[in-house]
Unconditional design. Structure first.
Length: 302
């Protein structure tokens, strides 16, 4: 795990508001920072349970799939990925995420979208056990109590100077960890990357404080959906700050925070900490789609 640091954002905002970004993306060049955090105690638990195989679920460009393949290999586990979409089986070479996972030893099982929906049912899990033998099951997106425990290590003592902590939300594990390790006077704001109201309940399962809020206005139409405005924002932000953002999670969150500053959401003198959870491995896959649609591509390195 590479060291993480807080980087001040060199953009000036009105009312003495400042932005700082915690570079969890630097934990690993290809594995999302928060996925590393979420796997840490799950891998320890898998060893406690004497399992040598990890099985998990994900979509075609999943940061989680890439992370399980990589971290599993590093720690000597076999890994199996149940991938949503049975048309992907012969497209591994064209898909940077699946290619990376395969190169790191992950074995795939491609399932139809209908079957994928059954993934948390006992019958489906039993079938997988018959096929692959025993395994340690890491849930889709990696969220469970062990994942939350890992994410409680994101904030440190020095971060108490910030009165707002903002992060992107997928399944709610990361924000739950942030909430649990935050100080009472801090407010944790989550920016869901997908549509839907179920996240509040998910977070309440794990969160031990109520100093948090979800801001649901910046999903850009749903999970994985992006538009020209977001692409241009991410590219301009990179130009100005040299901080690369991913289009699925952190790009939408940072867009939201800066938009809210413009709308006077934050009181004067607010010190805002953005959590850069990573996700940059997905940029290549997204750029392939953007080129097909003749849209400008994301520029996240020089
Ligand atoms: C998975 C992911 C998230 C969402 O984390 P959850 O714990 O599922 O809410 C945020 N950012 C990035 C880059 C991710 O890969």
């Amino acid at each position: 795990m590479n060291p993480v640091f807080n980087q001040p954002i060199n953009i000036s905002f009105p009312d003495d508001i400042s932005l700082t970004i915690k570079r969890e993306d630097l934990i690993h060049p290809f594995v999302s920072g928060n996925k590393f955090r979420k796997l840490k105690y799950n891998l320890i638990q898998a060893k406690v349970e004497n399992q040598d195989t990890l099985l998990t679920f994900g979509g075609a460009f999943s940061n989680h799939i890439a992370a399980v393949a990589y971290a599993g290999k590093e720690q000597g586990f076999k890994t199996i990925g149940i991938i949503r979409g049975d048309e992907l089986g012969d497209k591994i070479e064209e898909n940077p995420t699946l290619k990376f996972a395969q190169e790191n030893g992950m074995q795939f099982e491609f399932v139809s979208r209908e079957d994928y929906r059954l993934k948390s049912e006992n019958k489906f899990i039993e079938k997988l056990k018959n096929k692959f033998g025993d395994f340690y099951l890491v849930p889709e997106g990696g969220t469970n109590e062990f994942a939350v425990k890992g994410c409680e290590e994101i904030l440190t003592q020095e971060d108490v100077v910030f009165n707002y902590v903002c992060c992107a939300v997928g399944t709610g594990g990361t924000i739950s960890g942030l909430i649990n390790s935050s100080a009472e006077n801090q407010k944790i704001l989550g920016f869901p990357a997908l549509k839907g109201d179920f996240l509040q309940d998910e977070i309440r399962i794990f969160a031990k404080q109520d100093n948090w809020n979800l801001i649901s206005d910046y999903h850009f139409g749903g999970y994985g959906k992006i538009n020209l405005e977001l692409i241009e924002f991410i590219n301009a932000f990179f130009e100005k700050t040299k901080v690369p953002l991913d289009p699925i999670y952190t790009g939408k969150m940072v867009f939201g925070v800066i938009d809210l500053i413009g709308k006077k959401y934050f009181p004067a003198h607010s010190k805002i900490l953005l959590i850069h959870t990573g996700g940059l491995q997905g940029v290549d896959g997204m750029n392939m789609k953007l080129m097909q649609k003749k849209l400008p591509i994301l520029k996240t390195n020089d």
